[in-house]
Design a protein around this ligand. Sequence first.
Ligand code: GAP
Length: 511
Amino acid sequence: MANYENIFKKVVAHCKEYGYIFQSSEIYDGLAATYDYGPNGVELKNNIKNYWWKSMVNMHENIVGLDSAIFMHPTTWKASGHTDAFNDPLIDNKDSKKRYRADILIEDYIAKIEVKIEKDCLKASKRFGDAFNKQKFITTNSRVLDRQKQIDIINSKMNAFLSKGNLKDVKKLIEELDIKCPISGTNNWTDVRQFNLMFKTQIGAASDNSSDLYLRPETAQGIFVNFLNVQKTTRMKIPFGIAQIGKAFRNEIIARQFIFRMREFEQMEMQFFIRPGEEIKWYKYWKDFRMKWHTSLGMGEDNYRFHDHETLAHYANAATDIEFKFPFGFKELEGIHSRTDFDLKAHQECSGKKLQYFDPELEENYVPYVLETSIGLDRMFLAILSSSFTEEKLENGENRVVLNIPPILSPIKAAILPLTKKDNLPEKAREIMKSLQIDFNCQYEEKDSIGKRYRRQDAIGTPYCITVDHQTLKDNTITLRDRTSMKQERISIEKLHSIIAEKVNISRYLG
Ligand code: GAP
């Protein structure tokens, strides 16, 4: 098994063992691509939401929030183009009867070439040692250049075929590349066909067509249809944004890679309404702003990259992904899309209601253009967990697993641990807990040896352990243990609050 698969398996198992994520309906053998968040998971999720909301809404005078319904009038999806164009190209292998997304089969093929390039680099770095210059190597080595050329050709063919809806040629490309089904090992493929990703349901008891409803596949449309409600009630002037966090649903053809691709997931989206013609300026602004938000968490700048789209969604005139280096490679974490006036115009046409803005400076009415930032909350969760999962060999020969989650996002900020269950230590520990828990999520633990309790908190990702011992009763000091360095310090209880506050203060990250 490749090392990255091994690590990924460990992360998935860790999520279950420490109450982060459970398979949905597990007692019935689970439901594919749906997951439940456990006690630690829900805290981490709430902290991510809060970090996003603070930076996007609370710290922008011109961005306000919304919480719109999941169910929307069915015409919404006709207008937005989702009924007709929200499709993925699917293909079946006739021997294994397994279903795949045709574009992902091709992308996986490309990923294998990328792995070969990485291996070439690794070999060369071993050969050249300190003198190795990766950038120079990948731009001059003939073998790497050939591989990159192959990737570029495949990508450009795939994008051209997909954007024209040319499914016959997509199949031909799969055959040309001799891509085989991982289960049957054959290339006995059906034709490629389009598959609409929206979940359909019904409202009320009537079964005629007019009552068909869809579960929203993106939260954005709730923002668009409320554009004027929000603008009028807040008296916002363009440029301004509306942000929303909420569930979205997609009937994904293949559900793989844990919470990376789910059928029910959460999005954190912001639509920024701007003057027509200013979209490139704002596209650049939000690209930069969102990348800074990610790197502010300190999870390593090398773990992020932009991937500008060649094939654009039906609503966009420019788009990029912020990709994150997951254990299975660089994959989309967030999308930044210049959506033009496509959505507002379409809703205006389909509803017959004007969705225009009167610009007092220009003294004219127009349908605003929109710049969107859209990040998957569950993918952000996976990015944090997979990059923070660390296995260490300690000096004493023991192994420890630690989640080095950015402290601002850690589910529990401090664990309060009386050394023993007697001699009034629990009472003192609970007193400390009381003084901290109003501001920080704390956990009280008295079971097992102190070493075992430290390990458990490391595995959850708790940045601080506070140990209460007999000396505490004498001089009001405790031992403060840092998760990452494992350093212990004797400090006075009075200082505790400010030390923890300093470490998890949001302005330290977003200031
Ligand atoms: N409103 C624009 C929009 O929905 P998208 O690129 O389709 O754009 C935005 O989705 C983000 O939502 C993605 O970058 C990803 O993080 C997340 N996302 C999309 N599909 C997902 C799925 N099936 N499971 C988990 N997250 C998903």
